[in-house]
Write a protein that binds this ligand. Sequence first.
Ligand code: HEM
Length: 491
Amino acid sequence: WPLVGELPYLLWNISNLHDYATQRLKLLGGTTVNKSPMFLNSCDYIVTSDPMNARHILIRNFANYEKGEDLRIIMEGTLGEGIFNANGESWKFQRQLIHSLINNKEFGDLVMQTLRVKMQGTLFRVLDDYASGKKSDEILDMQDVAKNLVFDNICSLVFGFDPCSLSHVGSDSKLLSSSELHALLLGKAFDEIEEAVIYRHVVPMWVWKFQKRLQIGVEKKVAKYCKILDEFLYASIEMKKQELSTLGNNIDNSTTERRDLFSHLLVGEEKFSNKFLRDVAISLIVAGRDTVSSALTWLLWLVATHPDVEKRVLEEIKQVMTTTTSSSGGLLSEDELNKLIFLHATICETLRLYPPFPIEHKCAVEGDVLPTGHCVRKGTKILVSIYSMGRMEEIWGNNCMEFKPERWISEQGSIIYVPSYKFMAFISGPRTCLGKTMAFMQLKSMASAILWNYKLDMVEDHVMKPTPSMILSMKHGLKMRVSKRASNLVI
Ligand code: HEM
């Protein structure tokens, strides 16, 4: 299409964007050069799922591929100037800061302790209500459960308070107070904004900017939900500041009050602007909420639809479980979680087929030639399709479309190492995910607790479809029936 480039195809396939890209990449050898509409005066863009190109862009010639000005504009007013779209010195500073905050034993312990309390206190109660028939509706959306569980958890870690959104999942909205409704609305605000980010990637910039100016279509929703999020974020920052100023000189390093991330940030030497703190907070919440809940949702679906995998996961949990653990509702200790090799493989296999971040957006600083021979001009946008990379026969073999956790386990029974430029769920190179270890521990803990205590069955005829969003979630949720497993589980 000489005038409008690929736009009609993209819009036509927007609800199925990642599968559409995968089919094209398979057909065209793993890399496509796409023409931008002529009247937009914008550069061509390249989409690739070739691991050699991925290695070149993300590791070998890292300095030449930035997030780019376009992404900064796309994120304006949404994710702001947080780490996900920062470049140069700003990115280095934020990476160092977040690394120092989250990659230490004290924070790791807090993550696991907060999660255990939340699962015991709220998650089990919500699931029990459905399993026992206490709720009038017997079908539960497990995607909602995962999102709200992880959202409450990440807010506790970032700000030190729990918005309690999980408690209201599945409740009749007419019976909720305004603050309870607000807690649920926050999650919706994140979802809507993440969908809008993909929309802004697909339609020409002038289109969404025009909609934004007139406050129509998707952009009207963006403005509404950004306002909700901003009010929440700025209020949480203010509350934290007041709490710390009340504590004044009595802040003791060993008290729990100081252990959430913002307490560390705000009592440090450096003074940050509220806008900077807002951008750090939203990045941490997106990084921590959406990725982990997306992975957990896809995992629960895949396990429920593969009874052989479910059986092996349960057998493994039973093997590592001690008497103390079984009496504490099946919540495994860190040592026990580390022994769950098959569950680890199941998580890797889920992330291969359904990576929470399905695409990585880059922009060339200078002209270059990719290992596949494709010429890159200065300013060319490059989309590395992580989703498609997980479905390439050249990387994963003929059975690449099948869910087979055992492909990750060696004959010796350990996890097979796959280089990060082939298994890209956590990205590769200097911008590798900072929360990978934390994510695996959280996922193992939540998945083992849920699967051990409850049997989840898919609702018949439920349509499974990804949402076109920067995070891979399920368009129609994950509707399941919940029943309780016998405590002395016999597999
Ligand atoms: C299954 C869970 C997770 C997956 C699949 C995942 C994946 C990723 C990916 C693909 C990126 C690169 C994004 C980009 O450049 O646009 C990333 C970056 C990042 N992740 Fe994760 N992530 C997960 C969990 C977490 C958690 C729990 C945290 C901690 C709060 C976290 C913190 C970060 C940070 C701070 C970055 C930015 C790194 C940088 O740009 O230098 N992630 N993650």
